[in-house]
Write a protein that binds this ligand. Structure first.
Ligand code: PLP
Length: 285
């Protein structure tokens, strides 16, 4: 049975209750995070918390829970849910109001919800064991604040479904100028002639923590050149490798895009080197 955290208490998920007037439910008015935990060791806890705080500040939710308390909630969930490979989900909504009104209410208490869910074992740097992805592409039709990790995810849900309904497991997005933004729930990397490129950050993309850690690990190591720049959609068709990154997938090789193979259609050598470095250094953050 899954034990969850809601507003200061732990309880079976079935017993967790929130008001139907909660603005998270009515408006998607909230911020969330997902942090991987392997045997209780969190990946990127500091950067994840920093991004959550940036999101809360951006939408003006004041919360008194500090970093230590979030860490305690993570440990509380890990202990109560059997440890192993878990995703720790944090969700803060603006709270429950007495009426439905767009304006931020004053004197409202945020709703804080957290749960743990099973995730696959951490990817290993082994080409034969790699989970390979096939994806579709479509124009990014979301809003202009995609840098905020908002619980209002309908745009991402619909884009994800574009790939899913075609038998794929992600959808890579591009804007009206033909520039790659990200994927429905991942960031995107394009590799050509040994150089790793990823779209530079702006309001069109979530600043992914895996992206951040991977760039830093690669730069510190220095053996694989990296670029943050505008990456065009048509670079996908000439790329040697394409990766999508997220906390649970880490660095996932994409081997087919819109039915066409990426490079030779196999997991690449640059992926192997990058995943090896990521595996060695992901707990440094
Ligand atoms: C839209 C979007 N972009 C990128 C990411 C990857 O972010 P992270 O590496 O922090 O998991 C996610 C993860 O949920 C996402 O939803």
């Amino acid at each position: 049975m899954s034990i969850v955290y809601l507003n200061g208490d732990y309880m079976p998920m079935e017993e967790a209750r929130i008001s139907p007037m909660d603005r998270g439910f009515l408006f998607g008015d909230g911020i969330y995070e997902v942090i991987p935990s392997y045997d209780g060791k969190l990946v990127g806890f500091g950067p994840h918390l920093e991004r959550m705080q940036n999101g809360l500040d951006a939408i003006e939710i004041a919360l008194t829970i500090d970093r230590d308390e979030w860490r305690d909630i993570s440990s509380g969930l890990v202990e109560r849910n059997g440890g192993g490979n878990l995703g720790i989900y944090f969700h803060v909504s603006r709270g429950a109001d007495s009426r439905r009104n767009h304006a931020y209410p004053e004197n409202i208490t945020p709703t804080v919800y957290a749960f743990a869910f099973e995730i696959p074992p951490a990817p290993v740097p082994d080409k034969d064991a790699a989970s390979c992805y096939t994806v579709s592409t479509t124009e990014d039709l979301r809003w202009k604040r995609c840098n905020i990790k908002s619980t209002a995810l309908l745009g991402n849900v619909m884009h994800y479904q574009h790939g899913h309904s075609r038998g794929h497991s992600e959808t890579i997005l591009y804007n009206a100028e033909g520039e790659l933004t990200e994927a429905a729930a991942c960031n995107v990397f394009v590799i050509k002639d040994g150089v790793v490129a990823t779209p530079d950050l702006d309001h069109q993309k979530l600043p992914g923590i895996t992206r951040l850690m991977l760039l830093e690990i690669l730069r510190r190591d220095g053996s694989i050149p990296v670029e943050e720049r505008t990456v065009m959609l048509d670079e996908l068709s000439s790329a040697d490798e394409v990766w999508i990154t997220s906390s649970s997938k880490e660095i996932a090789p994409v081997i087919e895009i819109d039915g066409k193979p990426v490079g030779d259609g196999k997991v690449g050598d640059v992926w192997l080197a990058a995943q090896r470095l990521y595996t060695d250094h992901k707990f440094d953050f």
